[in-house]
Design a protein around this ligand. Structure first.
Ligand SMILES: Nc1nc2c(c(=O)[nH]1)N[C@H]1C(S)=C(S)[C@@H](COP(=O)(O)O)O[C@H]1N2
Ligand SMILES: [Mo]
Length: 195
């Protein structure tokens, strides 16, 4: 019934949110096509209730880099423990910006037009990062290469692959899945799957 990719959680129980099964692999989950991205023209833009800025790939790679080991929970019920990433802390990036005090929410934008919403507080968590390596290899296009966001404390649909923009907002707007029935917050420990 569970299929060969899944096993029941054993002693990792406390790390597996309710209603999730462990997988040992790293499934690919994308709505639509994988965009083709050229590093020479790659950009990460910030706009909205923030001083607008555009970062190119070399600007971005000059930021301090670290390794992260985090669990990854998809709302379709698979969880993968101990995923190893290399990336840049979101808080380090945010410290470069002039975010206006009326900011309450942030929309993630991507190559390929996917969007997903967060509160500023959820985005500014210490354990969030922009990843460009997965298990020590450059992030492949299907997993979001050259760069994706990882927000480990929420369901993985909140971790945009091919991120290219952060839109700062003074109100909440809903992203792609959130407009299509997913929960606006997406905390796996509260099983915030659907709205
Ligand atoms: N741009 C974009 N980001 C996305 C998605 C997507 O379809 N497009 N899918 C999300 C979902 S539902 C999940 S579970 C994770 C899957 O990441 P993976 O394919 O690297 O495992 O990416 C998230 N980020
Ligand atoms: Mo997902």
């Amino acid at each position: 019934m569970l299929g060969k990719f899944f096993q029941k959680p054993a002693n990792d129980d406390q790390r597996v949110p309710p209603g999730q099964y462990l997988t040992k692999g790293m499934p690919v989950l994308t709505y639509g096509d994988t965009p083709k991205i050229n590093l020479d023209t790659w950009q990460l833009r910030v706009w909205g209730t923030v001083e607008p800025r555009t970062f190119n790939w070399s600007d971005f790679m000059n930021l301090p880099q670290s390794e992260f080991t985090k669990d990854f929970h998809c709302v379709t019920r698979w969880s993968r423990l101990d995923v190893q990433w290399t990336g840049i802390k979101v808080t380090d990036f945010l410290s470069l910006l002039e975010i206006y005090p009326n900011t309450s929410h942030v929309m993630q934008h991507c190559y390929g037009d996917y969007t997903t919403n967060l509160t500023l507080e959820e985005l500014a968590r210490e354990d969030n990062f922009f990843a460009f390596k997965l298990f020590d290899k450059p992030l492949t296009p299907e997993h979001g290469g050259p760069m994706r966001l990882v927000v480990p404390h929420l369901y993985a649909w909140k971790s945009s692959k091919w991120l290219n923009g952060l839109e700062f907002l003074d109100h909440q707007e809903l992203g792609f899945w959130e407009r299509n029935g997913y929960h606006r917050s997406g905390d796996p420990w509260q099983e915030e799957r659907y709205s």
